[in-house]
Design a protein around this ligand. Sequence first.
Ligand code: OVV
Length: 403
Amino acid sequence: MSTHGLTGTDVPTLDDDPFGHRILTDPYDFHARLRDAGPVVRLPRYGVYAMGRYEHVHASLQDWKTFVSSRGAGLTDFKREKPWRPPSLLLEADPPDHTVVRQAMGSVISPRTVRELKPVFRPKAEALADRLVERGAFDAVTDLAEVYPLQVFPDAVGLPQEGRDALLRYGALAFNAFGPHNDLLDAALATAGPVQQWIADSCRRESLAPGGFGARLWEAADRGEISHEQAPLLVRSLLSAGVDTTVYGITNMMYAFASHPEQWERLHRAPSRAKFAFDEALRFESPVQTFFRTTAYDTEVAGVPIPEGSKVLLFLGSANRDPRHWGEAGDRFDIAHRAAGHVAFGMGVHQCVGQPIARLEAELVLSALAERIRGIELDGVPRPKLNNTIKGWASIPVRVTPA
Ligand code: OVV
């Protein structure tokens, strides 16, 4: 670590590349150094500021006036550079524009509309769990986490059957695009054309089955809650943020358990803890590791000046393990932890609007498995899946003992 005087105040500086393969694969040592370096750190490699401590990540997420989203939630400053796609009306917007759109999405994804999905989603989780337990050994990613969300979510949105393989590829693209233009983004862009076309086609009213989230967004436009021009972009948000996030959420939850078999035994004895176990897994191994904000004016955090127009990288995954907030237990996966207050879904006005759907999927999968499986263990070496924003695994071979 070195310090450079800027305006008389020393801002700690780290030369690491948080979007390099080494840190994306295993970010936790870097997170500890980031937090220990100070509340605000400069990353000169990208000309940005960074925060890794819970207190300041949490506070910055809440302070949408200072740390705006309308200049992009990635490295690109939309005020200076053209975004790779028309900005999201939700993620990449500030109040008051954001508030209107968020309200429309929040009425479409409400506790009531999600509760209605339970009888549709549950039997599919149970059938999949039955098949996997029968097999005894399976890949928790390719046979489970990448399977279940795609069995339920696209139907809930009302998407066309044909071409749904574009969904995971689009998610990988969208999450890579928050980072720098590195090898990971290049690889995602290489096949992006047809993927983006399928997404655009699927957002049209004619493509969306009646009764689904997609059709309901168009009906919100008919009611005047949003405009008809906004409707397809809101459907696009469902498709951008609704698939990879849940795939990685379930993946990381299974990784946490497979690498902590004693926690599975406790869950098996009390499957109703699935809800809390999912939060603890999100805290311990957060799918969305980082988001950027941009400072709307000169500001100061913990005495460190941050000039207007600075990109600030908020390390959600680091905040979620910060011992200053969670104590020494922050680095341990323990389903008895009180994980409430984690920032894996964000915090403040942008906190994940699809959260009830993600929770429904993860809890149904986990409780179905917890009832049927007494023991789980790794049956091979998990293979990480690298992305500039979302952390997960390409493969997690597991072996299970039926109850
Ligand atoms: C990839 C991503 C995350 C969250 C929100 C959105 C996209 C959006 O398009 O609104």
